[in-house]
Design a protein around this ligand. Structure first.
Ligand SMILES: [Zn+2]
Ligand SMILES: [Zn+2]
Ligand SMILES: [Zn+2]
Length: 454
């Protein structure tokens, strides 16, 4: 006999979480403290949280108070046990600064949870390179995607050695388990910022908030709308909301060193990063100019990390690029950066590289270059650029122009203008600005203030 609807048992929270798919989807959105609080509710919740491989698959410790190592205060409770065990031994500096996280990892290991962590986010925490080595090399860890953006006490040179060692040709088969590393980008704003209450104080007094036109509410709303509409336009043109796919200019907060490029090269196809190597034709010995000893605009360049996102339009003349754009699903995975934030519900490189896209439109395309490839052929203000086939380029860059005096800059500008005072059409970029648009704007501004171009 069929039971009436009144007899049906209502679905409980436990029933929902007992479904591994739902558990895997919901738990990354919960702060770790809430997960442990849930485990304390009852024996069945405890068993569910501690025995399911999905509850701790994604672990974000970046907002966990006990994971942080304040530099001028004694280490907090997360590390007390760990330190107490080690007080009789001489602590190295690295061990001291990794104490809080080691404390948390040993706690998770004792509860048999550490092996379940596949995506580990440690952004902004104190993470010495030795700790990264342990996460990559030790069997107690199973981490596939690791995020260590803006970490402190992280010796980058040592980190690069750790990575190169992990991918050495003689490494054991199946190693390293780590497949993706977020290290170049900025950390994401934490959804759990409530976990660390910030002291409230009034904003600092600046000329903007003391008074003046920009202080009016209308002006601020206007500026905010301008910012929002420019972001919306950029997203619509790029067909993706990720900075790497947009005409965003410099996307990394600092320019990665040549040693990082060598490290990415060594890790190619084994560990993927939140940045890629520049594929400009000058980095390829087959396509670069290698004749003679004098510097040439197309001469060979060593590996470099791409840090400038040029958007989908391509070169201003041919609307493409010699190396071809990178497209998710078509290009090799080594051409695609891991996108921020690290994926919540999957721990694969593919999920981390998949860009958001506008339904019904073709997949977004990515063109990114290193700054050396773009020297003299990229406008740093509007991000228009010309490739090696369409424009020979000039060697002047903003960096070079910075060292010139105002008089020398004015002389340089005059030297590239024709008798009508307009920039020569043969020169597309001068001092980091496109001559057709941004440089003219600069000259007009100069005419207003100094009268040099009036
Ligand atoms: Zn072109
Ligand atoms: Zn390059
Ligand atoms: Zn421009």
């Amino acid at each position: 006999m069929a039971s009436s609807s009144n007899d049906a048992t209502p679905t409980t929270l436990f029933d929902l979480l007992n479904n591994s798919l739902l558990l895997r989807t919901i738990t990354p959105h919960l702060p770790v403290a809430s997960l442990f609080a849930l485990a304390r509710v009852s024996k069945s919740f405890f068993d569910l949280i501690t025995n399911s491989p999905d509850a701790f698959r994604y672990l974000d410790l970046s907002a966990v108070r006990s994971a942080a190592a304040p530099s001028h205060k004694p280490l907090d409770s997360g590390a007390i046990t760990w330190r107490a065990e080690r007080m009789d031994e001489a602590l190295t500096e690295d061990e001291f600064y990794s104490g809080p996280l080691r404390g948390i990892f040993s706690k998770l290991q004792r509860r048999n949870l550490l092996k379940n962590v596949y995506t580990l986010v440690l952004d902004g925490l104190s993470v010495p390179a030795d700790l990264v080595r342990e996460i990559i090399a030790e069997d107690r860890f199973n981490v596939r995607i690791l995020s260590i953006r803006e970490c402190t006490h992280l010796n980058e040179r040592k980190l690069m050695q750790v990575l190169k060692y992990a991918v050495r040709p003689t490494r054991p088969s199946g190693s390293p388990r780590l497949k993706g590393l977020y290290v170049f980008g900025s950390k994401d704003p934490s959804p759990f910022t409530d976990a660390i209450p910030k002291p409230q104080r009034s904003p600092p007094r600046t000329p903007e908030n003391i008074g003046g036109v920009m202080a009016s509410q209308g002006a601020q709303i206007g500026a905010e709308w301008n910012q929002k509409s420019s972001e919306a336009l950029n997203t619509a043109l790029a067909r993706s909301e990720h900075k790497w796919y947009q005409t965003a200019g410099r996307v990394l907060h600092r320019r990665p060193s040549p040693e990082w490029a060598e490290t990415l090269k060594a890790c190619e196809g084994i560990i993927y990063f939140d940045a890629v190597l520049c594929r400009g034709p000058r980095h390829d010995i087959e396509t670069a100019y290698t004749q003679g000893s004098t510097p040439h605009p197309k001469s060979f360049l060593g590996p470099a990390v791409a840090n400038v996102a040029l958007g989908p339009t391509g070169c201003q003349s041919c609307h493409s690029c010699p190396e071809g754009p990178a497209i998710f699903g078509k290009s090799p995975a080594t051409h695609l950066p891991l996108l921020s934030p690290p994926p919540l519900c999957s721990s694969t490189v593919q999920a981390a590289q998949r860009p958001s896209s506008v339904p019904g439109s073709p997949p977004p395309i990515l063109i990114a270059r290193c700054e050396e490839c773009l020297r003299g052929r990229w406008c740093e203000r509007c991000n228009k650029w010309w490739d090696e086939d369409c424009y020979f380029g000039s060697t002047s860059s903003n960096a070079a122009a910075m060292t010139l005096t105002a008089m020398q800059q004015a002389e340089q500008l005059q030297s590239i203008t024709n008798e009508n005072g307009q920039p020569s059409k043969n020169i597309k970029v001068h001092m980091g600005l496109c001559t057709a648009q941004c440089l003219v704007g600069e000259m007009m501004a100069g005419a207003g203030s100094a009268g040099m171009w009036g």
